[in-house]
Design a protein around this ligand. Structure first.
Ligand SMILES: O=P(O)(O)OC[C@H]1O[C@H](OP(=O)(O)OP(=O)(O)O)[C@H](O)[C@@H]1O
Ligand code: HPA
Length: 163
């Protein structure tokens, strides 16, 4: 938990420097990033708008499938600086789709702050601009991330036992 707190402090400092004068739209990527956003946003001391976007591709599984769009943000993104708040960057498929959507809506810029980056090389070729911590290449849960739909509420991160 100390490591997570320190990472959140560091991410907040970086965002404070880069966005204090940009009136950004911070989009919480539901569901997983609800805890990350809940800890990160109160650390930011500047004017911003907050909304959410919901795209999912893991569902109750530990392997990703096709993106399913659930909710698009109500806030108009045209001409705005958008910051996507993510819990975990795994293969990058979700982030690629979210970025494409925001650019398509006319955002002036789109960047991503992500608390956890999974340590493997099977990524689609993009990276979040702001990363908190690296986690091993295992299915992880807790701090917003689910295991078969449960345990998002755990205050720390755990790795599923390897079978
Ligand atoms: O980099 P990727 O391999 O695309 O995976 C990352 C995405 O997976 C998780 O969402 P998930 O689909 O599990 O939905 P959830 O947040 O509702 O659990 C996570 O919150 C990211 O959005
Ligand atoms: O390891 C993970 N845990 C929870 N959700 C995820 N979404 C992508 N990878 C993961």
């Amino acid at each position: 938990m100390d490591q997570i707190s320190a990472a959140l402090d560091s991410l907040a400092n970086q965002l404070q420097q880069d966005y204090a004068d940009k009136l950004p739209v911070m989009l919480c990527v539901m569901n997983g990033s609800v805890i990350t956003a809940g800890h990160l946003l109160p650390r930011l001391n500047f004017k911003l708008e907050q909304d959410y976007i919901h795209a999912t591709r893991y569902g109750d599984k530990t392997v990703g499938g096709d993106i399913r769009w659930q909710v698009k943000p109500v806030t108009q993104l045209q001409g705005r600086h958008v910051v996507l708040i993510e819990d975990i960057f795994d293969e990058g498929v979700t982030l690629a789709a979210l970025r494409e959507y925001c650019v398509g809506e006319g955002a002036a810029s789109v960047k991503c702050v992500c608390l956890f980056d999974k340590d493997h090389n099977n990524k689609v070729g993009i990276r979040p601009e702001y990363i908190g911590l690296t986690v091993p290449n295992r299915y992880v849960f807790g701090f917003g991330m689910d295991m078969a739909g449960f345990w998002r509420n755990l205050p720390a991160v755990y790795a599923l036992k390897e079978s």
